[in-house]
Design a protein around this ligand. Structure first.
Ligand code: PLP
Length: 400
């Protein structure tokens, strides 16, 4: 009898975490490494949020809480959905978990049976297909190509839907491409879903507040209110509020689904960290003034990275609408050889040679389901970004 579960054979460890760990190890060994792998802001959690956490500790708010969130936080989440997305939810329709990651996982665990299909546009956040597999479902990917600005079309969605489709998983702005769907682009997708009443929408709005230029964020239940009863709107405080380590994510949707997700959480982790929940109340209810300057900073970095990477021979880097990632194609580098003699036959060998020969850590595209590309996280200092891009350009120039 095998000791380890057969389910584990179906999934792989997170490649983004692997790259971050490898970069940290090389750095610790004394190498000059610039990590562009991590998906988290480089600035600190705002002081008002930290102060709320300190006050919660001082007040002894350090015990178990309600399994899926304290009432104050659920209220703050309802107010956020109303304020930012014009969506009406009651606290009974809201669940809070240990990061958006747990919330998504709970939703799959609570709904998927063997054979149930989940449509996932690729490139996707690395965890989506593996979470579906862990929960016993079947991921079905559709390609969002560079030529289509990394967005899927209504026809592609229509063609992917079968009687076994349970969820359509939507993520805009996207990790890893930064692509954001406009209202009209999203409406084209929700029109398809209206024709298929058995399909539910799970929308991962984690990068809602990281939107640049004229791009305006929108979310499925807002664009098509007739989908409200079969939409789970997932969000969190990790990215916009620089709170990745606090581990608070949340979702709102039909009460029956929220209850089922609570049941999963009640038998696994119980409540998310009590202190973090009080910090999240302040994040959502407190000043939002730092969002605009942070966005201005990220937009400037996006432009810096896009402009520099497009100078690299063989690289094409589109300018995305949001998040803090770009996802350049390296189609023009495939088949070439690096200065150290490595044949670049796919994006994994490209990323490995780049790290080995220049000390720049990026995540290869195959991890996200669309190749040949790599993902750059530009949530790091201007100086580090400039130096890293210089090295990438130099590396690509050296290929022959
Ligand atoms: C698209 C997307 N969804 C969800 C998450 C999970 O965020 P967290 O669990 O930190 O709230 C991430 C984090 O990288 C992400 O990129």
């Amino acid at each position: 009898m095998a000791f380890l579960s057969a389910t584990l054979d179906r999934v792989k460890p997170s490649p983004t975490i692997a790259v971050t760990t490898k970069a940290a190890e090389l750095k610790a060994a004394g190498r000059d490494i610039i990590g562009l792998g991590a998906g988290e802001p480089d600035f600190d959690t705002p002081d008002n949020i930290k102060a709320a956490a300190v006050a919660a500790i001082a007040a002894g708010k350090t015990k178990y809480t309600a399994v899926d969130g304290i009432p104050e936080l659920k209220q703050a989440i309802c107010a956020k959905f109303k304020r930012d997305n014009a969506l009406d939810y009651t606290p009974a329709q809201v669940t809070v978990g240990t990061g958006g990651k747990q919330v998504l996982y709970n939703a799959f665990m609570a709904t998927l049976n063997a054979g149930d299909e989940v449509i996932i546009p690729a490139p996707y956040w690395v965890s989506y297909p593996d979470m579906v597999l862990l929960a016993g479902g079947t991921p079905v990917t559709i390609e969002a190509t560079l030529a289509a600005d990394f967005k899927i079309t209504a026809d592609q969605l229509e063609a992917a839907i079968t009687p076994a489709t349970k969820w359509f998983l939507f993520n805009s702005p996207s990790n890893p491409t930064g692509a954001g769907y406009s209202w009209d682009e999203l409406k084209a997708l929700t029109d398809v879903l209206l024709r298929h009443p058995h399909v539910w929408v799970m929308t991962d709005d984690m990068y809602e507040h990281l939107a640049y230029g004229n791009f305006k964020f929108c979310t499925p239940a807002q664009v098509e209110p007739r989908l409200y009863d079969r939409t789970l709107t997932v969000n969190g405080v990790s990215k916009a509020y620089a709170m990745t380590g606090w581990r608070i994510g949340y979702a709102a949707g039909p009460e029956m689904l929220i209850k089922a997700m609570r049941k999963v959480q009640s038998q696994s982790t119980s409540n998310p960290c009590s202190v973090s929940q009080y910090a999240a109340v302040e994040a959502l209810n407190g000043t939002q003034d730092f969002l605009a300057p942070n966005n201005a900073l990220f937009e400037r970095r996006r432009d810096l990275v896009v402009d520099m990477l497009n100078q690299a021979p063989g690289v094409v880097c589109p300018r995305p609408e949001g998040a803090f990632y770009v996802y350049p194609s390296i189609a023009g580098c495939i088949g070439k050889t690096s200065a150290a003699g490595v044949l670049i036959d796919n994006d994994e060998t490209f990323a490995a040679a780049l790290l080995e020969e220049t000390g720049v850590a990026v995540v290869f595209g195959a991890a996200f389901g669309l190749s040949p590309n790599f993902r750059v996280s530009y949530a790091t200092s201007d100086a580090a970004l400039e130096e890293a891009c210089k090295r990438i350009v130099g590396f690509c120039k050296s290929l022959n």
